[in-house]
Design a protein around this ligand. Sequence first.
Ligand code: APR
Length: 193
Amino acid sequence: MISNQDFQNPQINKNRSAMHVEFNEVMVELITGDISDQTDCDAVVNAANAQLKIGGGVAGAIHGKGDPELEELTRPLAPIKPGEAVITEAPNLPNKYVIHCLGPVYGRDKPEDQLLRNCYSNALQLAEENRIESIAFPALSTGAFGYPKREAAQIAFSAVKEKSAELNHVKYIRFVLYSAADYNLHLQILKEY
Ligand code: APR
């Protein structure tokens, strides 16, 4: 079911007019915005590097606000491999947790589609284990790592839909797209799911 109506939970949606669907009673919503500014989500997902250090893009925004404390928390967990996810608290960010995922570098880390699926699935597994109710994802691997955005969105929605059947604690998943063009592309693809 796709609706343009605002999601009814006031703790989660502050009257945004955003697109949402339901996968197995888990709300999935698309918005445009900055992943480091998701004040109403329990967790945000970082498009990390293997060393879990500050980077550009998403890893710049999240570490830019969270460091130096965030890097203190990630240091003992590094390095991670493509497809893996680890969780930390979220110092200086408006969230309780950061889930750090290393996406595949397109054309290098194989099989890249499976590795990207693993990111979404592993992040949601960590969310579930930590009783997280609401989580925001960026479009993993579609920036510096070069994954074509259309294919990446198809993999993301497919992975989230499949994993949603196993989720009891996670009730709300937000995709935060950085531009109107990315939002529109994801919207078009979400309608296929
Ligand atoms: N909020 C939401 N989305 C963002 C933000 C932001 N603040 N900044 C960038 N994006 C978008 C990009 O436009 C892209 O579509 O997030 C998507 C992922 O981009 P990257 O952050 O470059 O992530 P990725 O492709 O997974 O590459 C990770 O980049 O910065 C380095 O250290 C990082 O090595 C790691 C690599």
